[in-house]
Write a protein that binds this ligand. Structure first.
Ligand SMILES: CC(C)(COP(=O)(O)OP(=O)(O)OC[C@H]1O[C@@H](n2cnc3c(N)ncnc32)[C@H](O)[C@@H]1OP(=O)(O)O)[C@@H](O)C(=O)NCCC(=O)NCCS
Length: 152
């Protein structure tokens, strides 16, 4: 079982490393640091026995929250880490009176879509060509998924 803890800008370097292991277009530590200093940002990290194994970043504005990114180290996947991060985030958001949360995910990211569907998110829109093309990948559509923070 992972300990889930909130963290701040001092962990930006760790986040950049984790993010780089999980995404083709990694974010820089400086980008995380700027983000983590902004109001309304909540960041939770799942700790492994020796080092962090996953994290979630959420931005809350008024009564809505957006999942900005969520990632788990490849060798720690399918062990419930992302699920524990989502559940912990849900508890924090409910305490802060957030009513709904939403996210954008690449339409072809079957793993993440399955995860979010498992946690009650449903598709409420699409954004064509939302993810820009790169040398290794064509532009990709995003689907927007939404869920009430408190599930019945
Ligand atoms: C998506 C991601 C965060 C899932 O993390 P995880 O810790 O492996 O997820 P969990 O173990 O909590 O999975 C919970 C459920 O999600 C679904 N799921 C997760 N990974 C899946 C996969 N590879 N294939 C099918 N379903 C999957 C399953 O329903 C799973 O339950 P089960 O294991 O009992 O079948 C992880 O694969 C990841 O970091 N991917 C790269 C980054 C990414 O795409 N992030 C999302 C951006 S929006």
């Amino acid at each position: 079982m992972n300990r889930i803890a909130r963290f701040g800008p001092e962990q930006a370097g760790v986040l950049a490393i984790l993010h780089g292991h999980c995404f083709a277009s990694p974010w820089q530590a400086s980008e995380f640091e700027i983000l983590l200093r902004q109001p309304g940002i909540m960041a939770l990290m799942a700790e492994g026995s020796e080092c962090p194994v996953g994290f979630i970043l959420i931005r809350a504005v008024a009564d809505e929250a957006e999942i900005l990114t969520l990632a788990v180290e490849p060798e720690h996947r399918r062990q419930g880490v992302a699920s524990r991060l989502l559940e912990a985030a849900s508890t924090h958001l409910q305490a802060g009176s957030i009513a709904r949360w939403f996210l954008e995910v690449a339409a072809d990211n079957a793993e993440a879509r399955a995860l979010y569907a498992r946690h009650g998110f449903t598709v409420c829109g699409t954004r064509p060509n939302y993810y820009a093309s790169s040398p290794t990948r064509a532009a990709a559509d995003a689907v927007v998924m939404m869920r009430p923070v408190a599930l019945l």
